[in-house]
Design a protein around this ligand. Structure first.
Ligand code: NAP
Length: 321
């Protein structure tokens, strides 16, 4: 790892002072980094300037003010509009893009940077603005490891997690599944951060949708969502405990049924569909769950464990909803 001798003093620039950009700049300021900020529209820098930030009059001036340049705006189109004209000033600096987007967009900016000899890290923020700078935040980065190493200590201001940067699948961090928390370099491919971000969002939405489906069904019997929440929380914890075993099966490509078979799951899924339909609540999600499992059974996987359903997720969808 390259020692960052400027730790505590590296000048940082933050482009984009929306809800997230303000939180990022605030975290750098709190840790004592000289911070230059810029935003398209006026007014959003006032609080940060009061905390000691320098407000730049242009993107060019802002970029010139930092060794580490962080951009966090609405989308990649805005990123390109901002950065295309200032490629020359970015030379010799490390650009970290924390704007959400797709892996293809991230790789495109990575290519743009590589063609100009610029150091580019794409990143994804797995936190809300209030979590930035606390142990609740996880930020992942992808792109050249040397660029990450150079400013790792500065980037750690944004996620006070383990205090140790870790590799996914490594041993440091929160648990046996890889300890992914805090400040993480995922690999050299700049598209990895965006992929992890959507993978985690997919997980989050599936869990939340499952909770909402259950809450809607229980509501028909007069059970409030708050009553369901404590049992739901416990169930989520139980499922989380299954992940290492299922992950191993997926990586090994063998899915022995250690607890119950997909055939058994399909029987219970049928109850979920019937219950939803007869209660008059939305049955789309239950039907989709069962349709995927039915396909696995049709493909000869009925006697396997649940992880065999990975094969259904690997394929393009048969029909768009
Ligand atoms: P936001 O509050 O809506 O702020 C958007 C920012 O982008 C503003 O500074 C806006 O400038 C700027 N912007 C938009 N188009 C621009 C353009 N063409 N040129 C220059 N600046 C432009 O959004 P946010 O919550 O800060 O989110 C920023 C990014 O962080 C998004 O990609 C989001 O997905 C990601 N993110 C957010 C959260 C969260 O909880 N908020 C969590 C994870 C990731 P103006 O002020 O001039 O409009």
């Amino acid at each position: 790892m390259i020692e960052n001798r400027d730790a505590g003093r590296t000048p940082v620039t933050v482009l984009g002072l929306g809800l997230m950009g303000q939180a990022l700049a605030g975290a750098f300021l709190r840790d004592g980094y000289p911070t230059t900020v810029w935003n398209r529209s006026a007014g959003k820098a006032e609080g940060l300037v009061a905390e000691g930030a320098t407000l730049a009059g242009s993107v060019r001036e802002a970029v010139a003010g930092g060794r580490l340049v962080v951009v966090c705006v609405s989308d990649y189109q805005a990123v390109r509009e901002l950065l295309d004209p200032v490629g020359d000033v970015l030379d010799g600096r490390v650009l970290v893009n924390l704007t959400s987007g797709t892996s293809a967009q991230a790789r495109e900016v990575g290519e743009w940077a590589a063609q100009r000899g610029l150091s580019y890290l794409d990143g994804a923020i797995m936190a809300v603005p209030a979590g930035i700078g606390t142990a609740d935040a996880t930020l992942v980065y992808s792109g050249p490891r040397t660029a990450f190493d150079l400013h790792e200590s500065v980037l750690r201001s944004l996620a006070a997690g383990t205090g140790e940067a870790s590799e996914p699948g490594g041993t440091s961090g929160t648990g046996g599944t890889g300890g992914v928390s805090g400040t993480i370099h995922l690999g050299d491919d700049p598209g990895l951060s965006a992929l992890y971000e959507v993978a985690v969002l997919s997980l989050m939405w599936n869990i939340l949708n499952g909770f909402l489906q259950g809450a809607a069904m229980l509501e028909t019997a007069g059970v409030g969502a708050a009553t369901f929440a404590s049992l739901a929380e416990q169930a989520i914890g139980t499922v989380a405990g299954w992940l290492p075993g299922y992950a191993q099966q997926i990586d090994d490509g063998a899915y022995p049924a250690l607890d119950s078979t997909i055939d058994t799951h399909v029987g219970a899924m049928e109850h979920l569909v019937q219950e939803s339909e007869s209660l008059g609540v939305n049955a789309e999600f239950p039907r989709l769950i069962k349709a995927l499992a039915d396909r696995a059974v049709a493909g000869g996987r009925g006697g396997d464990g649940y992880a065999a359903l990975i094969e259904q997720f690997r394929k393009p969808s048969e029909a768009r909803p």
